[in-house]
Write a protein that binds this ligand. Structure first.
Ligand SMILES: Nc1ncnc2c1ncn2[C@@H]1O[C@H](COP(=O)(O)OP(=O)(O)O)[C@@H](O)[C@H]1O
Ligand SMILES: [Mg+2]
Length: 241
């Protein structure tokens, strides 16, 4: 029997994970554009709040929160509803405003450095049980080489662990590649890695690449984005990526 798990709230995915994420773990979802990474990340935070009463922080680094809220509503997640009160949403604009020094132009589009980001995280996410960062790609922009970004990601991992939360990070792969991550380093900083892949017949497959310290389903499973949210067909379809 698995120990305590943090259920994502996506039923079939939780079954694949042997119950959910490990408590206080850092989890990566990786896939090319349009595979549903954002919707998985929002489901983790929304499900946490609505189904399990957990406080969550969602940091959207690639879209603004009003756009996000609109997209999520179409798939059954109302981020503005009363039951979403346990969720704090941030986007790049709101983070830049908070980090600007007095008199500085708060609207200028500077990439965030990891120091600033970790500071903001500590100030705004203290007490949260779940954090999603979607995606890591904008956090790489300040760093000219991958080794430097890798060590910055390590600091992010330490900060997330220090907050006592369970977190979900996303990263974007190229459509044509078989890589597990964009920079080839994110997976080393993560306790679990889940891959999302389009199929030739316009479907989508989910595969858990690793979970540190736990068994998991090794097969790929088909999933769909429906008006009622993400449906992972754990019981009725399996295939191999
Ligand atoms: N209301 C909806 N109904 C069905 N599919 C949707 C809906 N909204 C979004 N999608 C699907 O979700 C995908 C986008 O999901 P998203 O999480 O933003 O992807 P990513 O973050 O990986 O780029 C779209 O490609 C679309 O297929
Ligand atoms: Mg996205």
């Amino acid at each position: 029997m698995a120990g305590e798990r943090i259920r994502t709230g996506i039923t079939g995915y939780d079954k694949m994970l042997n119950g959910g994420y490990m408590p206080n773990s850092v989890n990566l979802i990786s896939g090319c554009s349009g595979t549903g990474k954002t919707l998985f990340a929002v489901s983790f935070i929304y499900g946490g709040a609505v189904k399990y009463g957990e406080r969550g922080v969602y940091i959207a680094l690639e879209e603004d929160v009003s756009q996000l809220a609109q997209n999520c509503k179409a798939v059954g997640m109302d981020l503005e509803s009363a039951e979403s009160g346990k969720i704090k949403l941030f986007d790049i604009m709101s983070l830049q405003k908070m980090s600007a020094s007095p008199g500085e132009d708060k609207t200028k589009n500077n990439p965030l450095d990891m120091d600033t980001f970790i500071d903001l995280l500590k100030k705004n996410a203290a007490g949260a049980q779940r954090i999603a960062i979607d995606s890591l790609v904008p956090l790489s922009l300040k760093y000219a080489n991958v080794n430097e970004f890798r060590s910055e990601l390590f600091r992010l991992r330490v900060a997330l662990k220090g907050l006592g939360t369970t977190s979900l990070l996303t990263t974007e792969t190229l459509l044509s590649s078989n890589d597990v991550s964009r920079f080839g380093v994110e997976e080393f900083l993560s306790d679990s890695v889940t891959l999302l892949k389009p199929t030739d017949d316009e479907g989508s497959l989910l595969r858990i690449h690793k979970i540190r310290g736990s068994d998991h389903l090794r097969d790929a499973v088909r999933y769909e984005i429906t008006p009622a949210g993400i449906r992972v067909s754990y019981d009725d379809f399996k295939a191999t990526i």
